[in-house]
Design a protein around this ligand. Structure first.
Ligand SMILES: Cc1ncc(C[n+]2csc(CCOP(=O)(O)OP(=O)(O)O)c2C)c(N)n1
Length: 631
């Protein structure tokens, strides 16, 4: 075994060239072994093995900086940078993160999880190096999917202008999570096909001269001779001030190493275009990379999921509910248009894509553009539904305010993955949406407590003449009866789910059924709370709050959101504004800290938010306040 001998990049650099291909095989096997057991990002990692080996042979981290984009392809990097023994803990609670994290290793130069950040961050590091007059190299890796995100061009544009010494490696596998979209993707394909065209015509020298000029082309030709690699023009990148190299085979570790070794010595902004296969080396993944982007535990021989189907069918996921409702909405209302930012299957919009392709848009990893597109559609009388995960909608903060809310446009935001995200961890938590949406005038902010709520809220949003956000978690529903039928509900009204006395639990979204569970547990302690599904953080049901205050001496607000600015803050504000600040309020939310990866239930436990913990906390709250009052 070669891999056994690699405990650091120095060990890797000491290997003989002949050992690199066997090493790549072993790394792949290790990824297959671990992900088939534990789940995780899969096809992107299999596609980045040779690139990672070559990078760490040539660039000497941590002095040199390697900046990954998204970071979902960083498993080989983790294996080769001293974390081989912990690799089996990846994405597990207290284990390695599934993404590069600066706290985890000095080799993780930059923390990441959202796309299209690597070029700008790498440029910052290169500029810092020059300011400090230090001497190290900076490399950004970005996928062709990442290159659909506008901020990537902001980075390219500025890097070319600054002229900093930075290498951008474009890892082109023609895939985002789904097949890639957009003009740039077509452009990259044209580069690759023209490469083969040029190759067969044996016309490469001319191409080089035309595109790069004499002096550089001489150097390039020299390099080309030694590398046996080929250069064709990537005019677009060249016009931005980059020298374009490629395309080269991203699975030929030797060509990669030789190319990188030369590029390391070449000053200025450079872009190396490598062509890889997503899922390379595992046939099921390579032939269906979209479905193997991330994998649940699976049987390595058959590629089938290893979890046995339980006899009892589980309720549909919220994503499934959304997907059925939007198809129904598009049948009934011709104005409905579904928009996804590169997540057709994750958001469930792929159902609409099949059902009514002419009312579906995948805009690439371009959340800002998605919201702007929606605003334009809404101006012209259509009813766009932006289906974007809570965490990724953060990207479009300004567009939500400036383009949708100011103009009071009827755009629906379907916020999947609202709340604790689970294994993806800090970068993907959906814990901030209520706070970031609630401050904007005209925005309706809601959360679904169950399948029926979600369906009704989506219909309500469709009929509302302004922006409307509906949040739901990465979960299966509660198993209630629901339908896709049109059934709008009053905006800003809560629903009492359980009549009790003394204590009122105002719950939001996923926490409504947890509150009901907690209430049942509290019965034993002689407390019988009222439980309300508040449904709306904005407008919040002030009338109901005032009404409840007449008969309840303690209030609890319960949500799966960060502590500041969310639903429980809204309850606190509403109580204050209605002169109810004298009524004790217990706010149950996630604490104000970066929340790492772990099963949702575990994370709730860590924050005292499981129903059994909540029951106890409310009992303590009621008793403490009661004894304080007696004293
Ligand atoms: C801002 C943002 N939106 C959406 C995502 C979800 N996402 C994760 S990976 C990915 C596709 C990335 O494609 P590419 O950069 O080509 O890498 P590949 O997976 O093909 O290696 C997407 C859309 C994200 N990480 N960040």
């Amino acid at each position: 075994m070669v891999l056994e001998r690699i405990n650091s990049p120095e060990d890797l650099r000491a290997l003989d060239r002949s050992e690199l291909e066997p090493l790549a095989q072993e790394i792949r096997q290790s990824i297959i072994d671990v992900v088939s057991q534990k789940g995780g990002h899969f096809a992107p990692n299999l596609g980045a093995v040779e690139l990672t080996i070559a990078l760490h042979r040539v660039y000497k981290t941590p002095a040199d900086k390697i900046v990954w984009d998204v970071g979902h392809q960083s498993y080989p990097h983790k294996i080769l940078t001293g974390r081989r023994d912990q690799f089996h803990t990846i994405r597990q609670y207290n284990g390695l993160s599934g993404f590069p994290r600066r706290y985890e290793s000095p080799h993780d130069a930059y923390g990441v999880g959202h796309a299209s950040t690597s070029i700008s961050a790498a440029l910052g590091m290169a500029v810092a190096r020059d300011i400090k007059q230090a001497d190290y190299k900076v490399v950004a890796i970005i996928g062709d999917g990442g290159l659909t995100g506008g901020v990537a061009y902001e980075g390219l544009d500025h890097a070319g202008d600054v002229g900093a010494d930075v290498l951008v490696i474009l890892n082109d596998n023609d895939m985002s999570i789904a097949p890639n979209v957009g003009g740039i993707s077509h452009y990259l394909n044209r580069i690759i096909s023209s490469y083969y065209y040029n190759k067969t015509k044996n016309d490469i020298d001319k191409v080089i001269e035309k595109s790069l000029g004499d002096a550089i082309s001489k150097r390039i030709r020299k390099m080309q001779e030694s590398l046996k690699s080929l250069i064709v023009p990537g005019v677009f990148f060249e016009e931005l001030g980059f020298r374009y190299f490629g395309p080269i085979n991203g699975h030929d570790v030797h060509i990669l190493e030789e190319t990188l070794a030369h590029l390391r010595e070449l000053k200025g902004p450079k872009l190396l275009h490598i062509v890889t296969e997503k899922g390379h080396g595992y046939k099921f993944a390579a032939s269906d990379p979209a479905n193997w982007h991330g994998a649940k535990p699976f049987d390595v021989t058959t590629g089938k999921p290893s979890a046995k189907k339980s006899d009892k069918p589980s309720p549909p996921s919220y994503t499934q509910v959304f997907s059925e409702v939007i198809c129904k909405m598009s049948d009934k209302d011709d104005r409905v248009v579904g928009i996804t930012a590169a997540m057709p299957s994750g958001t469930g919009l792929s159902a609409l894509q099949k059902h009514r392709p002419e009312r579906f848009y995948d805009v690439g990893i371009a959340e800002q553009h998605a919201v702007l597109l929606a605003s334009g559609l809404a101006c012209e009388g259509l009813r766009p539904v932006c289906a974007i995960y809570s965490t990724f909608l953060q990207r479009a903060y300004d567009q939500i305010y400036h383009d949708v809310c100011i103009q009071n446009l009827p755009v629906t935001f379907a916020l999947d993955r609202g709340g604790v995200v689970g294994d993806d961890g800090a970068t993907h938590q959906g814990l901030y949406d209520t706070a970031y949406l609630r401050t904007f005038p005209n925005m309706v902010v809601s959360a679904a407590a169950d399948e029926k709520d979600l369906s009704q809220l989506l219909w309500t949003a469709l009929h509302h003449d302004g922006p409307f956000a509906v949040r739901y978690p990465r979960e299966n529903g509660e198993g209630v009866e629901w339908s896709t039928e049109e059934e709008p509900i009053p905006i800003g009204k809560g629903v009492v789910m359980r009549e009790g006395s003394g204590v009122a639990i105002l719950a939001y979204g996923f926490m409504v059924y947890r509150a009901l569970e907690a209430a049942d547990l509290m019965e034993k302690a002689g407390i019988s709370p009222t439980v309300v599904n508040m449904r709306f953080a904005k407008p919040i049901d002030q009338e109901l709050i005032k009404e409840l205050a007449k008969t309840h001496h303690h209030f609890v607000a319960y949500e799966d959101h960060t502590f500041h600015g969310g639903f429980s803050s809204a309850v606190s504000e509403a109580m204050h504004d209605n002169g109810l600040e004298g009524v004790p309020l217990l706010r149950l939310a996630l604490s104000d800290e970066i929340i790492e990866h772990g099963p949702r239930k575990q994370v709730f436990e860590d924050h005292g938010l499981l129903p059994s913990q909540v029951a106890k906390r409310i009992e303590d709250f009621v008793h403490a306040k009661a004894s304080a009052m007696i004293a």
